[in-house]
Write a protein that binds this ligand. Structure first.
Ligand SMILES: Cc1ncc(COP(=O)(O)O)c(C=O)c1O
Length: 397
C-alpha cells in the first residue's frame, strides 16, 4: 500500500495552541500564541484602507482570469519602492528581479528552491533561534543549514560578536538568512552599526544575504525599518529578500508576498524572473491575485496610502505601549531588570526566559497560551490582562 504507513502527526506547536485556547473555558484565558496583530478587544480586523480598496476593486475587477506568474500588475513595483525607496530601485535597475508569491512563506520557499536549483550544495545559515518555519522550508527544498549565534538571553539583545564569529565559519557562496527587522521569535534586532559589520563580513567572505521581512512598519516606521535592507542591497553584489504583506497590511489569509533578488550582472532581472516563474509554475503555477490587488490599490492611491500608514503607526504604537506595560508589570512583581528587555525589543514577539515546564504550568494553571520556547505575541496582551500575565508568570518562577 502506498499510504498505509503514514501516521497522524502531532499538531503544529503554535497552530495547535489556538485550538487549545478556544476550548479553554477560563474567562481569564490569554492567547499569546499565533503571531497575528490584535486590537484591545482581541480582534484582528481588516484595515480600513484595505476595506476601501476592496470596495473599489469589487466595482472595477471584471474578471477572475489568471494573472501572470510575476503577479498582479504594479504590485511588485509598488512593494519595491516601499522597501528599497525610489532612489535605490532606480540604482538597482535591471539587476533587481521580483516575483509575487503566496505570502512570505511562498517567497522563502521559492528562494530556497532557486538556491537549490542554482547551487545545491549551498548551506543556509540561520540565527539561533530563528522562526520555526525557516528550517522546515529550506529542508523541504533539499537544502542544509547551520546555526549562527544570535540571541543573548542575559542582555536580551543580539550577541553581535558571537554572530560574526559563527559566520566566519561559512564558506564562500553560503547564504545567511537574516531577519530584516522585528526578529521572530526574540524581538531583538541588530542596530544599524551592527548591520554594517555584518555587511562587511558578508562581502569579505563572499556570503549571500537573504533577508526575511515580515514586519515592515512594526519596529520604528516604514522608512526606519527598511534601513538595513537598503544598506545590504546597496552594498552586496547579490542578495535576496522575502517580503510579506500579511502583518503590515493585515492580509494574512490572502497570501500576499514578494521575492526580490539582486544579481551582479546588468540584466539579472530577466534571469531571475524567468527562473522563478518556472519554479513557481511547477509548484503553484501563479500567485493568488486578491491580496496583491488590494495592497497595490492602497499603495498607489495617496489617500488610501496615508490612511494605511496611520493605521500601521497605531498598530505599532499599541504594541510598543504593551511592551512597556509588560516590562513595568514585571518590575512591579519584583523582577528588577530581568524582563526589561521586553520594552526595548521590536515587533510582535519577545522570548521570555522560561523553561518549557514553566510555560506548561502557566498554560495549565493560568490559561495563558504561548509556545514552549517562551515566545510571546505581545499583541495578544491588553492593558487589562498585563497584570494577570505578569503575576501568573511570576508565580511559576
Ligand atoms: C519571520 C517570518 N517570516 C515570514 C513569515 C511569513 O508570513 P506569511 O507567509 O504569512 O506572509 C512570517 C510570519 O509569521 C514570519 O514571522
Amino acid at each position: 500500500m502506498m499510504f498505509s504507513h503514514l501516521t497522524k502527526l502531532p499538531a503544529d506547536p503554535i497552530l495547535g495552541l489556538s485550538a487549545l485556547f478556544k476550548a479553554d473555558s477560563n474567562p481569564e484565558k490569554v492567547d499569546l500564541g499565533v503571531g497575528v496583530y490584535k486590537t484591545a478587544d482581541g480582534r484582528t480586523p481588516i484595515l480600513g484602507a484595505v476595506q476601501q480598496a476592496f470596495a473599489r476593486l469589487s466595482k472595477e475587477e471584471g474578471s477572475k482570469v489568471y494573472i501572470a506568474p510575476s503577479g498582479w500588475p504594479g504590485f511588485t513595483d509598488a512593494c519595491a519602492k516601499l522597501v528599497f525607496g525610489e532612489d535605490l530601485v532606480s540604482d538597482l535597475g535591471d539587476r533587481l528581479g521580483a516575483i509575487q508569491t503566496p505570502g512570505g512563506c511562498g517567497a522563502l520557499r521559492l528562494a530556497f528552491e532557486l538556491i537549490a536549483f542554482s547551487k545545491p550544495d549551498t548551506t543556509i545559515w540561520v540565527s539561533t533561534p530563528t522562526w520555526a518555519n525557516h528550517v522546515p522550508t529550506l529542508a523541504a527544498a533539499g537544502l542544509s543549514h547551520k546555526p549562527y549565534a544570535y540571541y543573548d538571553q542575559k542582555t536580551a539583545t543580539v550577541d553581535v560578536d558571537g554572530m560574526l564569529a559563527s559566520l566566519e565559519g561559512a564558506k564562500p557562496g553560503d547564504v545567511v538568512l537574516l531577519h530584516a527587522c522585528c526578529h521572530n521569535p526574540t524581538g531583538a534586532d541588530l542596530l544599524l552599526a551592527d548591520w554594517k559589520r555584518v555587511a562587511e563580513l558578508l562581502r569579505a567572505r563572499e556570503l549571500v544575504p537573504f533577508l526575511d521581512m515580515a514586519y515592515q512598519g512594526f519596529a520604528a516606521g516604514l522608512e526606519e525599518d527598511a534601513e538595513a535592507v537598503r544598506m545590504i542591497f546597496a552594498s552586496q553584489p547579490e542578495a535576496l529578500l522575502s517580503y510579506s504583506c500579511s502583518k503590515n497590511f493585515g492580509l494574512y489569509r490572502e497570501r500576499t508576498g514578494v521575492l526580490f533578488a539582486k544579481g551582479e550582472q546588468a540584466a539579472a532581472r530577466d534571469a531571475f524572473v524567468t527562473n522563478l516563474a518556472q519554479l513557481a509554475r511547477a509548484n503553484y503555477s501563479m500567485p493568488p491575485a486578491h491580496g496583491a490587488a488590494l495592497a497595490t490599490t492602497v499603495l498607489e492611491d495617496s489617500d488610501l496610502r496615508a490612511d494605511w500608514i496611520m493605521e500601521l503607526s497605531s498598530m505599532r504604537d499599541r504594541v510598543n505601549g504593551l511592551r512597556r506595560g509588560l516590562a513595568d508589570a514585571f518590575a512591579r512583581e519584583g523582577f528588577g531588570d530581568r524582563f526589561s528587555g521586553v520594552a526595548r525589543q521590536t515587533g510582535m514577539f519577545s522570548l521570555l526566559s522560561l523553561s518549557p515546564e514553566q510555560v506548561a504550568m502557566v498554560q495549565k494553571d493560568k490559561s495563558i497560551y504561548f509556545p514552549a520556547n517562551g515566545r510571546i505575541n505581545v499583541a495578544g496582551l491588553t492593558d487589562e490582562n498585563i497584570p494577570y500575565v505578569a503575576r501568573s508568570i511570576a508565580s511559576v518562577l
